[in-house]
Write a protein of this length. Structure first.
Length: 369
């Protein structure tokens, strides 16, 4: 009986891989129950769910859906604005550069106004220091600090120099360019560098011109795969393996530990902020008995906002990192975060509780397209 079940699971996984455009040559790292759950949650939606084992870079789930059906390119080949999930990477860079400390505070009263531009923010006490700025996803904190860093002519020779250094940190985290995973169709995305910005803004630019990147919009786009790898680098406090889907690979590309440029001491404040997001911040709705560290993202675009979430669990000795990106899913906490929580529960607990099964059915039945 057990052999029959294993054969059926293997057959389903092969069919699923073929349908999504995943490799079918040899055993895959995909966990069938996670993949099935991810595909269910994305029913009647456009988006992607990626899960990676931080210990070895194995891709555990690569579920996608589009109006035309499953398409792996939705996860690895369609860069989009990451929204506030990107604030974690911004914090890591600025902490490493010594431009901010965990105690740096910024005043915010429901947003910031600059001329005729008004950027709203969640209601929260003010001022906030770094950890709570992450937990409550304070737009003002990240817009102001990022723009100020790029404009700092004491620390950097020019805006060109500042953005070049910033970009080098981001690329070291596997962001903005192909990581050369073992699946065809991977795309890199955009991390604005000096050359790009000088071409785009021919009349000149500075930190205020590109301050939207501080909150993951504007001149920055990433794939759900890259967002999941960002969560991996934070979970591991500074290292990762290139994500891969072939089990027992002997390719050195996927067996070589990669180190980010981020300073080791920068990670704990960011991790504390991500834990705070789930404990009392923007993702409190998924708080559970094991410590989840996460960051919501709400991406502005025509129509309903896109919903994004990155996370890992447990906080110490992490076993899984997840990213979810749902087009037109609303706030990050509305759709992406609950999906990620279900994926983590299935993996860490081996099954969903009755309450979680009910939540999964509710999400499965919600139509966004």
């Amino acid at each position: 009986m057990r052999r029959q079940v294993l054969l059926l699971v293997g057959f389903w996984l092969a069919l699923s891989a073929f349908a999504q455009g995943l490799p079918t040559d040899g055993p895959l790292t995909i966990r069938p129950l996670l993949q099935q759950l991810g595909e269910r949650l994305l029913k009647n939606k456009t988006g992607a769910i990626v899960a990676i084992n931080p210990e070895n870079g194995e891709i555990l789930c690569l579920a996608t859906n589009t109006p035309e059906g499953s398409d792996v390119r939705q996860a690895i080949g369609k860069p989009q604005a990451p929204g506030s999930t990107f604030k974690t990477a911004q914090a890591l860079v600025m902490l490493s550069e010594g431009y901010v400390t965990p105690e740096t505070t910024v005043e915010c009263v429901e947003g910031i106004t600059d001329g005729n531009i008004k950027v709203g923010c969640h209601k929260h006490r003010s001022p906030l220091a770094l950890r709570d700025a992450i937990a409550h996803s304070c737009n003002t904190w990240f817009l102001m600090t990022f723009a100020s860093m790029i404009n700092d002519d004491f620390m950097y020779e020019s805006c060109d120099s500042a953005i070049t250094i910033w970009r080098s940190y981001m690329r070291s985290m596997g962001l903005g360019g192909p990581m050369h995973i073992d699946i065809e169709g991977e795309q890199g995305g955009l991390l604005a560098g000096a050359d790009y910005l000088n071409r785009r803004y021919k009349e000149g630019w500075d930190g205020k011109t590109i301050w939207w990147a501080g909150m993951g919009q504007g001149d920055v786009t990433l794939t759900p795969l890259q967002l999941c790898n960002l969560a991996v680098t934070i979970a591991n406090r500074g290292w990762f393996y290139v994500p891969h889907i072939h089990k027992n690979t002997q390719n050195k590309r996927y067996l070589t530990k990669r180190q980010t440029k981020v300073k080791e001491e920068a990670y704990q404040p960011v991790i504390d902020g991500m834990k705070g997001a789930v404990d009392h911040g923007t993702a409190v709705g998924i708080k559970t008995v094991y410590p989840i560290c996460g960051k919501t993202g709400t991406i502005e675009n025509p129509g309903e906002d896109h919903s994004a979430f990155i996370c890992f669990a447990p906080m110490n000795n992490p076993k899984i990192a997840v990213s979810v990106y749902v087009e037109h899913g609303g706030f990050g906490a509305d759709m992406a975060a609950p999906m990620a929580a279900l994926i983590m529960e299935q993996y860490l607990k081996g099954k969903l509780s009755e309450v979680s099964r009910t939540r999964a059915r509710r999400i499965e039945n919600k139509k966004l397209r």
